[in-house]
Design a protein around this ligand. Structure first.
Ligand code: SF4
Length: 406
């Protein structure tokens, strides 16, 4: 059986590391005092430095942390007893104090095109989604960063569900761990997951600290060991945090643009009111100046009659002239129940792409994947009951739609 995920949940705390740091543990504290004053600690909540600090706090040499880290991420091991090069006494100590707890799988679905989607259970009946997209030369895992999302982009199924809470580091890196375990990923050898994109549910920059630690684990040689260009964070445009991210870690950046004029973008993405396009592009220019070898991808979802007309393409071309090394990723809209938008016609998509290419803008067209398993962000989780007001409004709209159809 592939499935050996440890079904342990963190119910009370969003960030165990903060809780542990806040408690200021000292080397002299006995293990029992650590355990007595807290529940067991989930080791997936630590990046390498955090794990070294934790081992120091429980009276162990920091290099032992790296030994255990290798077991967790290279061997996908969640049972301390199987860590054969770790001494018996330390194994017993770790079993008493910690656990390795990835999220629980509620559902896994495989589409006819090989796209794989897991619905992972969280506390209070919530769920998040992780999607794996296999292609001939790579396998991309799309990871969530929040339960729901507060940014309320009008074309987004997750946005329609409202915001519930940030995911912990363990819940973010745990998605990669679960998928790797399922897929039989072999780190550094026959990888199945070659790329990770923070493009699932939520705005990753709004959960900065936990996302940063999880991305460090994706990049770390003792973690999943992925190169900087293979770990991508996608943002709707939280401008100050784009600058903060570029100082903190080397990863790739994608920006959800979806409209090239402020009026339309604010309508589609309310965050644009706070950080309009000019500010967003200036942040992107700073990113490129600091990381000259990287390129930013601008995501542009094509919605019928909304943002897919020749004048929209012209506006986009004008913007892209400010960032000539960057590229545009066109995404045909993936409809979800209750949405007011529709996918652009094939001819409109083709014409839009041609217009950009003819103007010299590097433009890719993303194939829609996993249509038969609701693989667009938030669609599957949207089928799990949640209690947000926005969700209730969406259900009301859906019911009204159903009544009108009678
Ligand atoms: S598109 Fe991204 S940022 Fe916007 S509502 Fe959806 S999840 Fe949030």
């Amino acid at each position: 059986m592939w499935f050996r995920v440890n079904f342990v949940f963190i119910l009370e705390r969003e960030d165990q590391t903060a809780a542990i740091r806040g408690r200021t543990l000292h080397k002299s504290h006995s293990l029992n005092s650590v355990v007595a004053s807290s529940n067991k600690v989930n080791l997936l909540d630590f990046d390498r430095q955090g794990l070294r600090d934790f081992f120091t706090q429980i009276g162990e040499k920091p290099y032992r942390a790296e030994q255990v880290m290798k077991w967790i991420y290279h061997d996908l091991e969640d049972n301390f007893e199987n860590m054969t090069d770790v001494g018996k006494a330390l194994r017993a100590k770790l079993t008493e104090a910690c656990y390795i707890g990835a999220p629980k799988t509620l559902l896994d679905k495989v589409a006819t095109d090989g796209t794989h989607k897991w619905l992972l259970g969280m506390d209070s009946g919530n769920a998040i989604e992780t999607v794996y997209i296999p292609e001939p030369t790579r396998g991309t895992l799309c990871v969530s960063s929040q339960i729901g999302c507060a940014l309320n982009c009008q074309f987004c199924s997750t946005g329609a569900q409202g915001f519930n809470r940030n995911l912990s580091t363990a819940e973010i890196i745990g998605q990669v761990w679960v998928a790797a375990k399922y897929l039989g990923n072999v780190t550094h050898q026959n990888r199945r997951i070659t790329n990770v994109v923070m493009m699932g549910m939520g705005e990753p920059l709004a959960n900065f600290d936990n996302v940063l630690k999880a991305m460090k684990l994706m990049r770390d040689d003792l973690g999943f060991g992925l190169a900087s260009k293979r770990v991508t964070l996608s943002t709707a445009g939280l401008v100050p945090l784009i600058d903060q991210l570029s100082d903190a870690i080397d990863v790739s950046l994608a920006v959800s643009l979806h409209a090239a004029n402020d009026e339309l973008r604010t309508e589609l993405m309310p965050i644009n009111k706070r950080y309009p396009i000019a500010e967003l592009l200036a942040a992107c220019q700073r990113w490129v100046a600091r990381k000259p070898r990287t390129s930013i991808t601008f995501e542009y979802t094509l919605m019928k009659g909304v943002n897919d007309q020749p004048e929209h393409a012209r506006q986009l071309i004008k913007l892209m002239r400010k960032l000539p090394t960057c590229k545009v990723n066109l995404i045909p809209f993936n409809p979800f129940p209750g949405t007011q938008f529709a996918r652009s016609d094939a001819a409109a998509i083709h014409d839009f792409q041609s217009q950009l290419l003819n103007a010299g803008v590097l433009t890719m067209l993303r194939r829609t994947r996993g249509d038969d398993i609701d693989a667009a962000c938030g669609q599957l989780a949207g089928q799990v009951a949640d209690r947000t007001r926005r969700s209730a409004e969406l259900r009301k709209r859906q019911n009204q739609g159903a009544l009108h159809a009678l």
